[in-house]
Design a protein around this ligand. Structure first.
Ligand code: ADP
Ligand code: GLC
Length: 500
């Protein structure tokens, strides 16, 4: 079967270039393309958020009926294609549920109150659409809590019939978000109350979509080997560690790749100058000047520049950088001869704190917003890239930094530990700087260590930049691995009876 390629439907809330709030969107778009290039018949199903213009999309078939609580919701279906491998992307159009700004919420309402219903429509709609197209997938690959109901439906209301041989895979991109709702929302999923307990939705008397998905899916994956091990411990398990230990023989960590076409300093149209790993100094210097200017920093080639591009949330280490009670950022700006350029958007407290610090320290430039061009410029123009995450399932930004000859300074956790090799000052080996505990002092000391190397071991840093630019995190390799995992999921589906 694998030789002919598998039919795979991706059920996700984000996929580039249609919708992206973070790395999930990058991953889904890139994995779909990589699987298609291996000969699989991949399709993606997404909501047609308000921000996705239907102008360039094609309308497909008749309106689709999707059974939810008691009745049926109707959506129009549009089709787009990924620009890379031309994978079909079906967008479910439903004015009442998706006809508004925002993917999960907005600034004033960070999580829409009807999110359970919105993503139930996505999951059930993906299965209904497959039936309507007479295209029964071998695999349903769901992503994070918004996709988690898809394997649950496969195991319950769609256990027999068209999907009896369809295997399911649920990928965990971030265990910190589980889709937890007041149980009054449960009926919107269109499942009977006995499954509230029976299918594992119940979570401290609330509904937890991810938990039910983690029980239902034939196979579970996450996006790096280290994170796969970490989430089985209480410290990283977000209360799912027991369940994940129980399912550990079905849980795989597959490191994400990165998109080397989109992120290539040799032909990146967003940059002030392009460059390669053979000759990067002049190009990086011109980008550094452009970056300093864009962030209102003094233009000075000699002062080391530390960049960040991040969601401004606790997960990314902002508590230790600029938390309410303490933080190392102010301390570093005051004591060290360096500059910071921080691009991000996120929680209000964090945006406020960074903006206020930027007003106090002339060597701190902050840009609040989501800006693709600036993200590329920060990667290219910085000397170092800081990512002190509390946890990091994979992390793409540090991979981009390596590719752009910008030395990552990261906490040794999840995908960061799997992608960055620590500097060895005796041999000059490594591709970046790692530290263990997430404390203001550890960040301060590690940045201090990188400054020491900047002044005393510049030849080491040059060699590390070159080395980092040559590292490859390949989507083709990851897709091969997913192909094997899919086969395992189909075998599991065929080899066992209903679970619930
Ligand atoms: P996460 O998915 O947890 O946010 P990743 O490192 O996997 O972390 O992916 C983050 C992605 O989002 C990267 O592509 C990064 O460049 C992008 N990104 C994050 N914040 C911004 C921003 N403010 N502007 C532009 N791109 C951003
Ligand atoms: C999540 C994680 C991030 C990962 C991305 C793509 O957003 O926080 O670490 O890289 O998903 O898998």
């Amino acid at each position: 079967m694998a030789d002919e390629g598998l039919r795979v439907v991706m059920v996700a809330s984000e996929a580039v270039p249609f919708a992206k709030a973070g790395g999930l969107g990058d991953m889904v778009g890139a994995l779909a393309d990589a699987l298609a290039r291996l000969g699989h018949d991949v399709r993606v199903v997404l909501p047609r958020y308000y921000g996705i213009e239907p102008g360039r999309l094609r309308k497909v078939g008749a309106p689709l009926g999707v059974p939810l609580d008691g009745g049926e919701e109707w959506c129009a279906v549009y089709e787009g294609r990924t620009p890379g491998a031309g994978v079909p992307v079906y967008l479910l159009d439903h004015e009442g549920l998706y006809g508004r700004d925002g993917i999960y919420g907005t600034r004033s309402e960070p999580e829409f109150r009807d999110n359970l219903r919105r993503f139930a429509l996505l999951c059930r709609g993906a299965l209904q659409l497959a039936k309507a197209l007479d295209w029964v997938p071998h695999i349903v690959h769901a992503h994070d809590w918004p996709g988690a109901l898809a394997p649950v439906y496969l195991n319950t209301v769609e256990r027999f019939g068209a999907f009896a041989a369809t295997g399911s895979v649920l990928s965990i991109h971030n265990l910190g978000y589980q889709g937890v709702f007041d149980k009054a929302h449960y009926p919107a999923a269109g499942l009977p109350w006995q499954l509230f307990h029976g299918a594992g939705f119940e979570f401290f008397d609330r509904v937890n979509l991810l938990q039910a998905g983690l029980r239902a899916a034939d196979v579970l994956t996450t996006v790096s080997p280290t994170y796969a091990a970490e989430i089985q411990t209480p410290a990283f398990g977000h209360r799912m560690d027991g369940l994940l230990r129980h399912r550990r023989s079905d849980l795989y960590g597959v490191l994400n790749g990165m998109d080397y076409a989109e992120w290539n300093p040799a032909n990146d149209a967003y940059l002030a100058a392009t460059y390669t790993d053979r000759a990067f100094k002049r190009g990086k210097a011109r980008n550094k000047a452009a970056l300093q200017e864009a962030f209102g920093l003094p233009v000075d080639p000699a002062v080391p520049l530390y960049g960040m591009v991040s969601r401004l949330v606790d997960q990314k280490g902002f508590g230790a950088l600029c938390g309410p009670a303490h933080g190392s950022l102010a301390w570093m700006c005051a004591n060290f001869d360096l500059q910071f350029a921080i691009l991000g958007t996120g929680e209000a407290w964090c945006e406020r704190e960074l903006t206020s610090l930027a007003g106090r320290y002339p060597n701190l430039g902050v840009h609040i917003g989501f800006d693709e061009r600036l993200a590329h410029l920060v990667q290219a123009g910085s000397d170092f890239f800081l990512m002190p995450s509390a946890y990091e399932p994979c992390g793409l930004a540090q991979m981009y930094a390596l590719r752009y000859g910008t030395l990552p300074i990261v906490r040794r956790t999840g995908g960061l530990a799997d992608t960055v090799v620590n500097y060895d000052q005796a041999t000059g080996d490594g591709t970046g700087f790692l530290f263990d505990s997430l404390t203001p002092a550890a960040i301060y000391d590690t940045v201090g260590w990188s400054l020491w190397a900047w002044h005393n071991r510049p030849h080491h840093l040059d060699a590390m930049r070159k080395r980092g630019m040559k590292v490859r995190f390949s989507w083709a390799d990851a897709a091969e691995r997913y192909g094997e995992i899919y086969q395992g999921a189909i075998d599991r589906r065929l080899g066992r009876g209903p679970r619930t």
